[in-house]
Design a protein around this ligand. Structure first.
Ligand SMILES: Cc1ncc(COP(=O)(O)O)c(C=O)c1O
Ligand SMILES: N[C@@H](CCCC[NH3+])C(=O)O
Length: 417
């Protein structure tokens, strides 16, 4: 992230000293750069003509202040639950700029979204289409829908975050799609607006994206032959972030490729659903070293952030760069495992790292802005971290650290008989 740099031997984010933020707000602490989020947003906007929509994928980072910031910059939103819709509304966004994805939408979520005036449901199965028709009929309205097609394309990413293969649970298999589009076209309470796909996350090459896009345009052609006209095509998110510092996705090439494919559809609105690419490199997780443990052939750096705070290393063996907050002079000699306090062998932040730190030092885990806090849990009865947004030398606390009372809220002791 270009907003992270050492000044006078101390790591800063924008003009904020991370040691000072840790002192003020405690650790573990998520810190996000407002300028970096906006720069990432503008990068998409620059390559994406203004008639086309950008729907920020709320699941990547759903803090209200971040949603508010993006809403103020014209974002639409991609959500996957009624809860995420409530977040968008609480942040000042409007439902008529929200698309609703997700494979198992409940009846209550569909009703809520319709009542709020959702822009579009991204329908993931024939059965869901029927349910939406029923709920819309009961509400005496028509539900705006797009059908999510599973294009059967290998996104070449971690298997847990690949979504566009026919073995994955997402979307309507491309071979079944025509039949479901025909059905949607005939239903009285369905307003068929579009088609969508999303082939996976953390994708580093434009080839699978373009492959999926071509399949979707082929489908549009077939629909047109049957006089089924769509007003939008949503090609999802999945744009990879350069965690390891050696490969970047050629975003411009991909977006230009899509715009070229859409050349014969001047009235078609295109949509994208970027999540990670907007916030991933805008965040760091600051953690304090509690202890160093050395044995014959092993050195552990035991820190106060664990898998409950940042789950990606444990869940996907994801690699995040880890750097000391106090700048080191000289080369780190030892190789260490950076591990957290949770009682799981799989609770680690990085294995086999060159890192010279001592107890009470601070470390920064980079690229933690996406799928960091949103995947955090209270496992081991650990409170979730605070979140801070910075810009230049300003810092706003945008989420307080949880307290023990937050954790036990709603729990009940059994009354004595
Ligand atoms: C339907 C949908 N859209 C958008 C996204 C955002 O993905 P990313 O954060 O990889 O851009 C996801 C998550 O993979 C998703 O499932
Ligand atoms: N949680 C994943 C991304 C999943 C995207 C949701 N479909 C990650 O941290 O990389």
């Amino acid at each position: 992230m270009s907003q992270l740099s050492y000044k006078a031997g101390q790591l800063h984010i924008e003009s904020n000293n991370l040691s000072a933020l840790a002192e003020q707000f405690g650790t573990p602490l998520y810190v996000y750069s407002k300028s970096q989020i906006l720069a990432n947003w503008q990068k998409f906007r620059a390559f994406w003509p203004s008639q086309h929509k950008l729907c920020y994928a709320v699941k990547a980072n759903s803090n209200l202040a971040i949603l508010q910031l993006l809403a103020q910059h014209g974002a639409w939103f991609d959500i996957v639950s009624g809860g995420e819709l409530k977040r968008v509304l609480a942040a000042g966004g409007s439902a008529n700029q929200v698309v609703f994805s997700g494979v198992a939408k409940s009846e209550a979520e569909i009703r809520f979204a319709l009542e709020k005036g959702i822009a579009c449901f991204n329908v993931e199965s024939a059965a869901e289409l029927e349910r939406i028709e029923q709920v819309a009929r009961a509400l005496k309205t028509r539900a705006p829908v797009s059908l999510r097609v599973n294009p059967d394309v290998d996104a070449k990413t971690h298997p847990y975050i690949s979504t566009g293969l026919k073995a994955n649970k997402f979307g309507i298999a491309i071979n079944d799609a025509m039949a479901v589009f025909r059905r949607a076209h005939t239903l009285n309470h369905i307003e068929l607006l579009g088609a969508d796909c999303h082939i996976g996350s953390q994708i580093m090459s434009d080839a699978p994206f373009l492959d999926a896009a071509k399949r979707m345009f082929k489908l549009l052609e077939r629909l047109q032959e049957e006089a089924i006209e769509l007003s939008h095509l949503d090609l999802g998110g999945g744009f990879g972030v350069d965690y390891e510092g050696h490969a970047t996705l050629d975003l411009e090439n991909y977006l230009q490729g899509v715009i070229d494919l859409a050349h014969d559809y001047p009235k078609l609105t295109l949509m994208l659903e970027p999540g990670r690419a907007i916030v991933g490199d805008a965040g760091v997780l600051i953690s304090k070293v509690e202890y160093i443990k050395r044995s014959d052939d092993k050195q552990f750096v035991l820190v106060d952030a664990g898998m409950n705070d940042l789950m990606r290393p444990s869940l996907y063996q994801a690699w995040h760069d880890i750097v000391p907050v106090r700048e080191l002079t000289g080369v780190a000699d030892g190789i260490v495992d950076v591990v957290g306090p949770v009682c799981e062998t799989g609770c680690f932040l990085g294995h086999a790292r060159h890192l010279n730190v001592n107890a009470d030092d601070l470390i920064a885990i980079k690229h933690a802005g996406a799928y960091g806090f949103t995947m955090a849990s209270n496992y081991n009865t650990r409170v979730r971290p605070a979140e801070v947004l910075v810009e230049n030398d300003r810092a706003w606390l945008i989420r307080e650290r949880e307290t023990f009372d937050d954790l036990i809220r709603g729990e009940r002791l059994i009354a004595e008989e």
